[in-house]
Design a protein around this ligand. Sequence first.
Ligand code: K1U
Ligand code: ZN
Length: 177
Amino acid sequence: MAILPIIETPDARLRTISTPVAAVDDDLRRLMDDMLETMYDAPGIGLAAIQVGVPKRVLVIDLQEEEDTEGKPIKNPRFFVNPEIIWESEDASVYNEGCLSVPEMYAEVDRPDRVRVTWLDYDGKPHEEELDGLMATCLQHEMDHLEGILFIDHLSKLKRDMLLKKLDKFRRANRAA
Ligand code: K1U
Ligand code: ZN
């Protein structure tokens, strides 16, 4: 497995619309393994293939919400190939989202509270499930990446400009250090 470089805004590749996967084969499984290792290393709770420069409709998620007896997160990776939202709830929930492609910046985003999703798993097996809570939020965030959308696009222009200014300041300070 390999840790891949994560693309950051304003890289134009993040605006790509990713293409559907034709077959879940060993090459795709290698990509998913690498994405997972990259996500754990970052660290993050989700990653879309375009964030490592691959314009395929693939994402990985591990919320790592459970801990073992020593307080270490228990891994529970999930792989979504060609995910599709087939239903979304009218009620929304708000979450303070972050993104590995917009490092160190967080902002509240409103999204449907629950979604019904279809996808293929690591072995190419089809699934359909209703997701809620952080899993629903994270999946929608990652699926936005497949359409070239970043969480900052959900903010008002004023909030987005402020956040991008803050990111610029953060990068300058970290470059100088
Ligand atoms: O860049 C990404 O798409 C990953 C992103 C996923 C996400 C986070 C929050 C709401 C929606 C989607 C992240 O993982 S940002 C980092 C983060 O949230 C985190 C990092 C370490 C521990 C716990 C959370
Ligand atoms: Zn993201």
